[in-house]
Design a protein around this ligand. Sequence first.
Ligand code: ATP
Ligand code: MG
Length: 554
Amino acid sequence: MSSEEKSLNFIEEIIEADLASGKHKSITTRFPPEPNGYLHIGHAKSIVLNFGLALKYGGATNLRFDDTNPVTEDTEYVESIKNDVKWLGFNWAQELYASDYFDQLYEMALQLIDKGLAYVDDSTSEEIAAQKGTPTTPGTRNKYAERTPAENKALFEAMKAGEFSDGAKVLRAKIDMESPNMLLRDPIIYRIKHAKHHRTGDKWCIYPMYDFAHGQSDSIEKITHSICTLEFVPHRPLYDWCIENLNTFPSKQYEFARLNMTYTVMSKRKLLQLVNEKMVKGWDDPRMSTISGMRRRGYPAAAIREFCDRIGVAKRDNLIDVGLLEFCVREELNKTAQRRMVVFDPLKVIITNYTQEYEELTSENNPEDSNGGVRNVPFSREIWIEREDFMEIPPKKYFRLAPGQMVRLKSAYIIKCDEVIKDEQGNITALHCSYIPESKSGSDTSGIHVKGTLHWVSAAHAIQAEVRLYDRLFKVEDVANAEGDFKDHINPDSLQIISGAYAEPALADDSSGLAFQFLRKGYFVQDTDSSTSKLVFNRTVTLKDAWAKEVKKG
Ligand code: ATP
Ligand code: MG
C-alpha cells in the first residue's frame, strides 16, 4: 500500500489541517533522545514517525539531544544514537543539544522571575513534597513564594555562581498550588547540581528541569509538532504555560502510545541493568531490543521501518507481538538476502567415483531477485552434508539420503549412497556415495528425478564456523507487567552455540552486515567476533515462524 492509500493517522490529520488553514506553512519535528543509553525499537517507532512526517509533508526533523541531566549522560551514547538514526535511513536537518540553550534557558528563567512567575525556594525536597498535597487535597504555598523579583533574581544568580550546595535551593514556577494537575503545583524548573556535563563541563552548576528545558527547546527550534508518548499528557499544560508566559514560538505537543513489545523490555534503565549485570554481552547483544542489537542480529533497517509503519500510531497503550517484527524481517530478507550453504552438524560424504581434484560450480544467489547473480561454489570428492539428512533405516517417504537412495546436491549432482562407514562403536563416520556425471545442475541429461535436495559444503574448501542461535530473552509475554523482578523472567536458553559448522568459501571476508539465507536453515549474518580462520554467524531469524506453530499446538 502506498502512503496515499492508507488512511491518515491522527497526527497526519492534525498536520494536514494546520497546513490547510495556513497555521503553518511547513512543519518541523524533532527526535529528542536523552543520551543516557542506546536506542531501542521503541525509539525507532518515534524516529520513523517524526522523520516520516517531515518527509511526507516536505518539512524538516532535528535531532536534538535532551541532555539536561549531567549525571547519566555520556558522549558514547550521543555517538551511538547518531549512528543508529543514520543506519535507520534518516537524515536530520540539524544536530542540536538542549545544553546549547543553557544560556537562553537561564535568561528565560530570569524573565519568569521578573514577571513574578518564578521564585527561589529554600525548602528541602521532603518539605516541597509534603507541601504539594495529594491529588485529592490542594497543596500550600510556603513563605519563600513571597520573595520579590529582586530577591529571587539575586538568589538565582548566586545559585548559578555556585554559592550553594546541591539541593539547598531550587527555582520554582509560580503557577497554582491547588491545581488538580500536580505538575502545575509550582513545579521545580531549576536545581543545583555540581556535576560535570558531557558538553558544558563545569560551566554550570544549575540545570533546568526536563519540562522547562524540553518545551523551550522546542520553541527555540520552532518545532511545529512536538510528538511524544502518552505519559507526557499531564505535562502538556506546563508545556503550554511556559510558552504562553515567555511568549515564545507556539510549539504544540501531541502524544501517541509508546511501543511495547512481547518477550522483551524496552526501558533504557532496564536495558542498562542487563548490560551492567552481564546478563547480555553488551548494548548490542543480538538478543537486545536495541537498534544496535538488532543490527548486529542482521535485521535490515527496511524491515524495522516497515514494522513501525505497520503498527501505526495508536492513542492507547498496547503490546505488539514480536512475531510481527520477525515477520517483517523474514519478508524483507526473503526478497534481498543472498543464499549460501552452511552445514551445522557435519557428516562426511566421499564421492568414490569423482576423480577430479575439484571444480567450480555456479549457484544462483537469490531466486527471488532476478538481478541477484550467481556465485562459484567449489565441488570436490569429499563434502560435508548435514548429519540429519541421512537415515540408515528411513521411514516411508523419506526423500533425503539413505542406503541405496539418491538425492540432489544443490547446484551440483545427483548422488547415491552406496555404503555406510562406521567406527568400532558403530557410530556413522562417513558415507561412500557415487555421483551421476550427467546430472549436473543446469545441464542435467540423466533423466533421473529425485525428490530431495540437500545443502552441502566441499570439505577441502570449507571454512570453520560457529553459529549462534538466539531465542527470546524473556520467557513471559508481558515482561513489564509480570510478577516480581523483570530479571526473574530471563530465558536461560536464549543462546545456543553450534561450534563445529562448515561454511562455503563465498562467506569468507564479508563485512557487509547483510544477512544471508543459509539454505534450509534460516537467515544469518556474520558477527563482528569473526576471524579469518573462524567465522561467527548470528541467526537473524528462522525461515518459518516456529514460535507461532508452537503456540498453536500448545
Ligand atoms: P526509556 O523509557 O526507554 O528510557 P525515554 O522515553 O526515557 O525511554 P528518551 O531518550 O527520552 O527515552 O526518548 C526519546 C524519544 O523517543 C521521546 O520522544 C520518547 O517519547 C520516544 N520513545 C521512547 N520510548 C518509546 C517507545 N517505547 N515507543 C515510542 N516512542 C518512544
Ligand atoms: Mg526520557
